[in-house]
Design a protein around this ligand. Structure first.
Ligand code: BGC
Length: 345
């Protein structure tokens, strides 16, 4: 893998924005910004020998800070932190202290609050081996979370066409951490609706949600429901066309094991995307709220024009003691590995 640093003409909060290009000998090219750790491009050679970009984003960095885009903001390709998905009522307790967070989605908190890690400028750390490490230090009290949290995200692109994301985080006070990456994938050469992509997830349970999409704590077997992706099936086979999927799946695994979260294939480009993770759940979102103008090549992105597999801990786990803990204590290291592997199907 080779890494190349390119200075953009953007400075945010006094910090220079860079694009970092990772390439391998298979013709794969990944572009990442040190703003939100955004993966803006993930170009692979498809089964016909053509270059194909499998993520949604913008041709130019300015797209990501455009007001129109931020108005109906979908977190295109960005890291999510401190806490992925929704936290009920935007609050949680540690001991007998209640922490009130910014409530970004009605009464609840979504994806870390008003301005999460997806809109922060990250530092680029020097690395010895060919990889990219971004670091963000989140001050105590940011969006209401206790403790100074130092987060590092290392990206590596292998010759096997795996983009490896290694997260680590440390805190100086007990806090809640649940990180993920919010790439919007589309494996069709011309993009468009992902209804015909064929998807599989080794997950025997999904998590019940309330009317505001907040996880309640109840696990439901997928068997006999539209959520059964145990065998490969077209995304639109059982879905409700209007809503698609915006649901958390509990992966069949031993806690902490690096296993398959999902496998998705598409006929025309002949590509297969496999996602592996050490995380216990994957939130599968078929982008029903997506509405972006002037994406790459001037394309507009609409509802169901992409899918996200957000590997993480159970949403709202900080309020549900039965779920694996999302609290991080001083002296402990939060670790997560997620791998996006692209092959010909
Ligand atoms: C959530 C969706 C939300 C989307 C973009 C997903 O992770 O589950 O409900 O609309 O992110 O904000």
């Amino acid at each position: 893998m080779k890494a190349k640093l390119i200075k953009t003409n953007h400075v945010i909060n006094g910090k220079q924005i860079f694009a970092i290009e990772l390439t391998n000998n298979q013709g794969t090219y990944v572009k990442i910004y040190n703003y939100g750790a955004i993966i803006s491009d993930f170009v692979v050679v498809n089964a016909h020998g053509d270059k194909q970009d499998i993520v949604l984003g913008f041709d130019d960095f300015s797209g990501y800070i455009n007001e129109d885009y931020l108005e109906n903001y979908p977190y295109l390709g960005a890291v999510i932190g401190r806490y992925a998905n929704r936290i009920k009522g935007g609050k949680f307790n540690i001991g007998d202290h209640t922490y009130q967070l910014s409530q970004a989605k009605g009464p609840d908190t979504l994806h870390g609050g008003d301005i999460g890690f997806d809109r922060k400028v990250w530092d680029i750390l020097p690395t010895v081996d060919p990889s990219l490490t971004l670091q963000y230090v989140s001050p105590a009290g940011e969006e209401g979370f206790p403790g100074t949290l130092t987060v590092q995200l290392t990206f590596k692109l292998t010759e096997e066409n795996e983009l490896i994301l290694d997260f680590r985080a440390e805190t100086d006070e007990v806090t809640a951490v649940n990180l993920t990456h919010h790439s919007y994938f589309n494996l069709a050469p011309e993009g468009g609706n992902i209804r015909n992509h064929v998807h599989r997830m080794p997950a025997s349970y999904y998590l019940q949600q309330d009317d505001n999409y907040v996880v309640t704590g109840v696990k439901i077997p997928v068997e006999g429901t539209m959520y059964d992706f145990l065998g490969p099936k077209a995304i639109n086979k059982d879905w409700d066309r209007k809503t698609g999927y915006d649901q958390t799946f509990v992966l069949d695994k031993q806690y902490g094991e690096l296993t398959l979260a999902s496998e998705t294939t598409e006929e025309n480009g002949g590509l297969k995307l496999s996602i592996y993770t050490t995380e216990p759940v994957a939130h599968f979102y078929t982008a029903k709220f997506l509405s972006v103008k002037n994406g790459k090549k001037g394309r507009n992105y609409g509802s169901s024009d992409a899918f996200c597999v957000e590997t993480q801990h159970h949403p709202n786990a900080v309020n549900i003691p039965e779920f694996p803990s999302t609290l991080l204590h001083p002296g402990e290291v939060y670790k997560q590995t997620t791998i996006y592997k692209v092959e010909h199907k």
